[in-house]
Ligand binder design. Structure first.
Ligand SMILES: [Zn+2]
Ligand SMILES: [Zn+2]
Length: 227
């Protein structure tokens, strides 16, 4: 269909605003946007984990510094951005609000109590990920989750992305998606970190794996690869 023939009633994807492709016109969001949102959602727990390293400003944990001109508070004791994202009220609460909302619409039981922030975050991501197909198909407010995931991700990456010189390029991420495609995002070692997290897919690599990554010679399954 050309643009001229496109009428107001032509359904568009809520997330990218493009006309929905043939076969998807009854959906709220196109399958391409759904796949991207799923990847970004599932990468949030790994970003959350990495933010712990960024709590204390210093080498390997770039963050805003306060230069106090001789005051005893010469340096901010913690990176407040990282702290806010990791606390109740940060990442976890934003995702739980969507989970609560989706559960109401689906007439599902309320979410159970989950203890730690990290446990609650992981559980909320699991629930939202498991119901993402439904939401992109049928839920007209699925864009609310997409906006929050984009903002949380951007906020975390703005804290975690090291300035040039503070990181070392290791090689492409070898994790494989369900459809067999490789992630391929550039993995970087940040000075002081005890693990490396892929910024695109959220796969986690511990020190034992780094040499193989650097050699682009991967043999083992990465921990936390997208299932
Ligand atoms: Zn789309
Ligand atoms: Zn990856």
């Amino acid at each position: 269909m050309s643009r001229d023939e496109t009428r107001d009633e032509t359904p568009a994807c809520l997330l990218c605003d493009d006309a929905l492709p043939d076969g998807e016109t009854d959906r709220q969001a196109c399958t391409t946007c759904q796949a991207r949102l799923a990847r970004q959602l599932r990468a949030l727990p790994a970003l959350y984990h990495d933010l712990a390293h960024a709590l204390r400003p210093g080498p390997g944990a770039p963050g805003p510094r306060v230069t106090g001109g001789g005051s005893t508070y010469g340096q901010a004791p913690v990176n407040e951005g990282a702290l806010d994202l990791r606390a109740w009220g940060g990442m976890v609460s934003a995702l739980q609000a969507h989970e609560d909302d989706w559960r109401r619409v689906l007439k599902a039981a309320p979410a159970p109590a989950r203890g730690s922030v990290e446990g609650a975050l992981t559980a909320a991501v699991e629930f939202l990920g498991a119901h993402l197909w439904w939401a992109c198909q049928s839920y007209p407010h699925v864009d609310g989750l997409a906006n929050d995931v984009r903002q949380l991700r951007a906020a975390a990456l703005s804290i975690l992305s090291p300035p040039t010189g503070d990181s070392t390029r290791l090689g492409p991420c070898p994790a494989q998606y369900e459809d067999g495609t490789l992630c391929g995002a550039t993995l970087r070692y940040i000075r002081g970190a005890d693990s490396i997290t892929c910024r695109r897919c959220g796969s986690h690599y511990r020190q034992a794996a780094w040499l193989a990554l650097a050699a682009d010679n991967w043999t083992d399954e990465p921990e936390g690869a997208p299932a």
